[in-house]
Design a protein around this ligand. Structure first.
Ligand code: NDP
Length: 493
């Protein structure tokens, strides 16, 4: 029997294990939605229903906000060292349940289990550990005003934080919000994507094991238009951290505006990956394969627009296309899978629409370009050249395994092409020229610039987007600052 046979057998075994009955988590208890109705949770790798999700509405949000408000006073007065210890326990529990969580994430979101094991779940544990430690090191300023007064700053928790996260990195992004929110002394109501509720449900169970008090973490599942909207509009939720699409983010901002809520919006991207002729081609190709196709291209930081200096364009394209053809598209639970399933049939149709546009506009598809003929929502990794930079394919966030490769002739042109979208989330630059690297990094409209790498993330650095990629920064002390309100106290001496 081959290794591939062995791993698809293992995938089947994993799938036969029972699915999770998802419930809301409010005030430390698991409950059904007030409506009594549920939403089917479809497994992208099979197209079949694998669980049901509470179809929550404003009644469930009301209950959750009320539980979070009740827990706030005690939690915000809990010494930081005690809060920190609980977060560390939760980080350990996530690590201790890594295999199970990775399997849930792969089934629920369609991502390869190897990626969930390497990226999503370790990062979720790291988020809790990082903010457990960071909160012990948060400091504030004090100023003596010419000896007549002493000014100092208090950093106080805001109250109930509303946290809304997407389906592409479910536990990773949910924990990126919950960890700093509660480390800083807030309580929270989180609304994960209804497409990927399973690891959020498991996190709720683990939070009980970590002895985080009831009401500190509340999780309400359901549709964004119903449960999400109710959370955004709730008057007792003064702060919102939202990660998702740009159009949804604009709606969240509009709903939050009348109450002047504190807002962080981490939105879409259409990120450039710029390769100069002096770059290490082999390393650039290997990393560009990851930045193009990891998680099926469903990472906001994926570099979906590749720009290559003309002198090495053909060499890059040949190597890149060959490497793309070697990627194994398959069952997310199969250990040998490189590219899994897209999140849903609707999303697959959206991605396919861009492949049709590419063909209509005379683009050349070097590999991929089609749906994979198997149950579930699979699209071949696709490499396209020959499209104008004004094409919707190069302007819109496709959020699938689809990249374009475009030549350029000068640094100036590369910058104009890279900056020529409404987004500004991240960018990668490949060059061995130190001065050029710094010059281009400074000139890019981008919240993050990677030089000769991609997705090397240090949790201490600020993270967020420019232009339509978002408002505000999270990460490190930026997160702790966001989740606290600074108060100036002035004492006359
Ligand atoms: P969506 O914007 O569709 O949804 C994000 C979350 O918002 C979901 O939980 C969704 O619920 C909820 N939601 C939807 N409508 C509303 C509403 N009116 N009020 C409140 N909440 C609402 O994004 P996706 O889930 O499709 O995720 C993909 C997007 O996320 C991509 O654009 C990607 O770039 C972006 N993203 C950005 C990142 C960043 O850091 N900048 C990181 C990761 C992803 P429901 O699922 O039920 O609709």
């Amino acid at each position: 029997m081959t290794d591939v046979d062995e791993s698809s057998k293992a995938a089947k075994r994993n799938r036969s294990q029972s699915s999770v009955a998802v419930r809301n988590f409010i005030g430390g208890r698991f409950t059904a939605a007030a409506s009594g109705t549920t939403i089917p949770d479809i497994e992208p790798g099979t197209g079949e229903v694998m669980a049901s999700v509470p179809d929550s509405d404003e009644r469930d949000i009301e209950n959750a906000v009320s539980a979070a408000r009740q827990a706030f006073r005690a939690w915000s007065n809990t010494p930081a060292a005690e809060r920190s210890a609980m977060l560390l326990r939760l980080g350990d529990l996530i690590e201790g349940n890594l295999e199970e969580l990775a399997r849930l994430e792969a089934r629920d979101g369609g991502k390869p289990i190897s990626l969930a094991r390497r990226l999503d779940i370790p990062r979720a544990a790291a988020n809790f550990r990082f903010f457990a430690t960071a909160i012990l090191h948060q400091s504030t300023e004090a100023h003596s005003t010419d000896g007549t007064a002493l000014n100092y700053t208090l950093r106080q928790p805001v109250g109930v934080a509303g946290l809304i996260s997407p389906w592409n990195l479910p536990l990773y992004l949910l924990s990126w919000k919950i960890a700093p929110a509660i480390a800083a002394g807030n309580t929270c109501v989180a609304k994960p994507s209804e497409f990927t509720p399973l690891t959020a449900h498991r996190l709720a169970e683990l939070s009980l094991e970590a002895e985080i008090p009831p009401g500190v973490i509340n999780i309400v599942h359901g549709h964004g238009q119903k449960a999400g909207r109710a959370l955004v509009r709730h008057p007792d939720v003064p702060l919102l951290s939202f990660t998702g699409g740009t159009v949804t983010g604009a709606g969240v901002a509009a709903n939050a505006a009348p109450m002047f809520k504190k807002l962080s919006l981490e939105l879409g991207g259409k990120n450039p990956n710029i390769l100069f002729a002096d770059a290490d081609l082999e390393e650039a190709i290997a990393t560009s394969i990851r930045s193009s196709f990891w998680n099926q291209g469903e990472i906001c930081l994926c570099g979906s627009r590749i720009f290559v200096e003309r002198a090495v364009f053909d060499a890059f394209l040949d190597g890149f296309v060959e490497a793309t053809k070697r990627l194994r598209v398959g069952d997310p639970l199969d250990e040998t899978t490189d590219v899994g399933a897209l999140i849903s049939e609707a999303h697959l149709q959206k991605v396919s629409g861009y492949l049709e546009i590419a063909q209509k506009e005379g683009g050349t598809i070097h590999t991929g370009g089609k749906r994979v003929d198997r149950p579930g929502f699979f699209v071949e990794p696709t490499v396209i050249t020959g499209l104008s930079c004004d094409s919707d394919v190069l302007q819109d966030e496709i959020f699938g395994p689809v990249v374009t490769v475009t030549p350029f002739d000068s640094e100036e042109e590369a910058l104009a092409l890279a900056n020529g979208t409404r987004y500004g989330l991240s960018a990668t630059v490949w060059t061995r020229d130190l001065r050029r690297a710094h010059r281009v990094a400074a000139a890019l409209d981008s919240g993050t610039v990677w030089i000769n790498c991609w997705l090397l993330r240090d949790l201490r650095v600020p993270f967020g987007g420019m232009k339509e990629s978002g408002v505000g920064r999270e990460g490190g002390f930026e997160s702790l600052n966001f989740f606290t309100e600074p108060k100036n106290v002035c004492v006359k001496l």
